[in-house]
Design a protein around this ligand. Structure first.
Ligand code: SF4
Length: 364
């Protein structure tokens, strides 16, 4: 039996969680405010244990960023280039196949594809990227294009987001990554990413995808100008959509990286904030099965700690991550399966290799 003595407000929240009642934004604000981080962790850990037992998931996957040319100007982005700027690139089919061929191994189960909003190439370019990968690597799942990119495609192709998604699915799209969500409030988006999909459009892209049968991912890029309340509003909007569609597989909190210069950052997010955000995500998102700890942005050591703060997934091998590394991620750009297994085992958990849809490939 726990010997922790909780203050009255924390006890009320603990009772709600244990009775399966949904937490409010006010509850979330208290969880961000309390110095009693370990009680927050313990509650999140309880919820995770109930949902996922001792399992911690990982996947062998490959990141691909087919183009870094982008018409948008997000304040936190160090990845994008303007057309013609030094370092700008757009992979054609030959370059794409060479990139993948040079990095391929037969354990890879998923391509994770995101890129810039490049209007110098037509919508067909983005469809062809998927077709090419499906043709040459039919065994790998294609997880491609954020909700923000879906809205961008609908503008350059002059068709609806539903038509965009239908075309992408026909080309071989299996799921969408969770990026482009940043913080789902208009105040934030007008300051940080004014040129891309609004809160409603990002959510609509996912709602349409869910309606077409896709299971998708959701992220939150925290640690800059947003308030704690905005983070909680973000989570609340996601869980409202999840109530309607049950289309999200996982939530991924992403810590902002320190060289996001136009985001007004002076330093990295703190360990307390990273762990608290994982735990609060687990507690607020009561209708999500999985919470991922993103080792690229919080480091391998904190990722391991996150496994007792409510997280049950440490993502994948990635091979070569570029977007967070463009703004100061300190981690390596990829990691081996052995390292992932080591991190999980030494946290006292059971490593489970999964496919994109959380089907179990192997327990270690
Ligand atoms: S975050 Fe994406 S949309 Fe924004 S500037 Fe960078 S590449 Fe473009």
């Amino acid at each position: 039996m726990s010997t922790l003595i909780l203050d009255q407000r924390m006890q009320e929240i603990a009772d709600k969680v244990r009775n399966g009642e949904r937490l409010t934004i006010e509850d979330g604000l208290y969880l961000y405010d309390t110095p009693d981080l370990l009680s927050v962790a313990q509650l999140a850990n309880e919820v995770n244990q109930k949902k996922n037992g001792n399992k911690v998931y990982f996947i062998e996957n490959m990141y691909i960023n087919p183009t870094n040319v982008c018409e948008a100007n997000c304040g936190f982005c160090g990845f994008k280039r303007k057309p013609g700027e030094e370092g700008a690139y757009t992979m054609d089919e030959e370059a794409l196949l060479k990139y993948v061929g040079d990095r391929w191994n037969d354990n890879i189960r998923e391509f994770h594809i995101v890129g810039g909003h490049n209007h110098e190439v037509p919508f067909d370019y983005y469809l062809d990227t998927i077709r090419t990968l499906k043709k040459h690597y039919p065994q790998a799942t294609v997880k491609a294009y954020t909700g923000a990119e879906i809205e961008f495609f609908s503008r350059i192709a002059g068709i609806s987001m539903k038509e965009v998604l239908e075309e992408l699915i026909k080309a071989g799209l299996d799921t969408m990554p969770g990026g482009g969500a940043e913080i789902l409030t208009e105040r934030y988006r007008l300051k940080m990413s004014p040129d891309k999909a609004s809160t409603d459009q990002w959510l609509e892209a996912h709602e349409i995808a869910h309606g077409l049968g896709l299971k998708t991912h959701a992220t939150m890029l925290y640690g800059s100008i947003e308030s704690y309340e905005e983070r909680l509003i973000h989570m609340d909007r996601l869980r409202q959509l999840q109530d309607r569609t049950n289309g999200y597989m996982v939530f991924i909190p992403l810590a902002m990286q320190p060289r996001s210069v136009n985001a007004g950052l002076k330093r990295r997010t703190t360990a307390f904030d990273d762990m608290r955000t994982v735990a609060i995500s687990r507690l607020m998102l009561d209708n999500f099965d999985h919470i991922k700890a993103y080792w690229i942005n919080i480091g391998v050591q904190l990722t391991q700690m996150a496994l007792t703060f409510g997280s049950d997934d440490i993502h994948g091998t990635l091979i070569e991550e570029r977007i967070s590394h463009a703004v100061g991620a300190l981690t390596s750009s990829g990691i081996t399966r052995d390292e992932l297994i080591h991190i999980i085992k030494t946290a006292g958990k059971t490593p489970v290799e999964r496919d994109t849809f959380y089907n179990i490939i192997k327990e270690y």
